[in-house]
Design a protein around this ligand. Structure first.
Ligand SMILES: [Zn+2]
Length: 187
């Protein structure tokens, strides 16, 4: 279902169209994709939301085999993506967009950011980035199991698999301000 709703651009106030599109995923629930594009100032908005789940929560999924790369991932604008084994944490920001992808798409996004560093980083950063990209490739081959976590205070993000663990939203992070605490005291 697609619905077009006219409205003002929040940046330049021009009349633009907001497109609401619902996407039904079998065995799961309805998803709504909201898009807008302002031709005058270039403002762009994309958000995705799961319509049935609304409680704040954490979703956790282990990427272990190449088959796991096809698992659908819905990230709302408020979702924080983490892959602890790779040291990845993507916080929602002003430029943050919601998206529907699969786990492979999430890995590609992360790789894309790091590839940018190879182009403009120093020797050391380049080496680290290349190492990181090798790790991503290993995850895709199924040689390096990792955990994909999405924390979402709006409850609108989801990793769509029976293997996904649904956990309570971690309270201590709900302000977005993290206290300094030693995570892994060095031995
Ligand atoms: Zn505009």
């Amino acid at each position: 279902m697609r619905t077009v709703v006219p409205g003002p651009c929040p940046v330049c106030n021009a009349d633009i169209e907001y497109l609401y599109q619902t996407d039904n995923i079998p065995y799961f629930s309805d998803i709504i994709i909201i898009r807008a594009l302002c031709n005058k100032c270039g403002y762009r908005y994309v958000d995705t939301q799961v319509l049935t789940t609304q409680a704040p929560g954490r979703q956790e999924f282990h990427i272990e085999t190449p088959e796991d790369l096809d698992i659908r991932v819905v990230r709302s604008m408020e979702g924080t993506i983490m892959i602890p084994e790779l040291g990845v944490r993507i916080d929602p920001g002003p430029a943050c967009e919601g998206f529907i992808s699969n786990t492979e798409g999430v890995l590609d996004r992360v790789a894309g950011v790091v590839e940018g560093l190879i182009a403009c980083g120093n020797e050391n950063e380049r080496k680290n980035a290349e190492k990181f990209l090798e790790s991503i490739a290993a995850v895709k081959r199924g040689d390096l199991p990792v955990t994909l976590i999405i924390d979402d205070p709006s409850g609108n993000s989801a990793i769509i698999s029976e293997k996904t663990k649904k956990l309570p939203y971690p309270e201590e992070e709900d302000t977005g301000e993290r206290e300094e605490e030693p995570e892994n005291p060095s031995e």
